[in-house]
Design a protein around this ligand. Structure first.
Ligand code: SAM
Length: 156
């Protein structure tokens, strides 16, 4: 199963980018033997000023055809890290080829995209800045792969 992140906004080089790169590299290294591979992070930017609807259009174009779509949204479902790992494992075992996580911009994700998503994932009821959510998602992907691999990174 190939894992993708499609996100609004351009992340410049800096601490967040370094953290994301580190966690995704570790995710790929740990996940590959388990059938989980890191594909790519695709960034979109609405230059036509069409707002969330324009961003949603660009995000859906960035998501691979046929991918299982996970929308990151504070109104979504919260999971524990082991539950997230189990869910990743289930998608893989169900034969999902591409799993795409979508992160909105400053205004959030268009309702139509959130409704269309196969899963709405929440990192708690508070609203986090979208660049930080990229870091948190990258870390939770690495954590999920570690849990599935039975490695000691995640403490029960
Ligand atoms: C600044 S937030 C968007 C604004 C937020 N929707 C609002 O209404 O204030 C940017 C993006 O980060 C992600 N995000 C922020 N907080 C989150 C949370 N608690 N759980 C999951 N995703 C979150 C979502 O993808 C959101 O679209």
């Amino acid at each position: 199963m190939r894992v993708h992140i499609c996100a609004v906004g351009r992340l410049r080089a800096g601490p967040e980018a370094a953290l994301i790169d580190d966690y995704l590299t570790r995710f790929d290294r740990t996940g590959r033997p388990l059938g989980l591979t890191w594909a790519e992070l695709r960034e979109v930017e609405d230059k036509k000023g069409k707002g969330m609807a324009g961003e949603a259009e660009l995000l859906l174009r960035a998501v691979p055809d046929g991918a299982t779509l996970v929308a990151l949204d504070e109104r979504g479902k919260t999971l524990s890290s082991p539950e997230f790992a189990d869910q990743i494992g289930r998608w893989r075992d169900d034969g999902v080829g591409d799993l795409a996580f979508v992160i909105g911009g400053a205004d959030g994700l268009d309702k139509e995209l959130r409704t269309r998503a196969d899963f709405n994932l929440s990192f708690g009821r508070m609203v986090w800045p979208h660049m930080l959510v990229r870091v948190m998602l990258a870390e939770q992907l690495y954590r999920a792969a570690s849990i599935l691999a039975g490695s000691p990174y995640h403490r029960v």
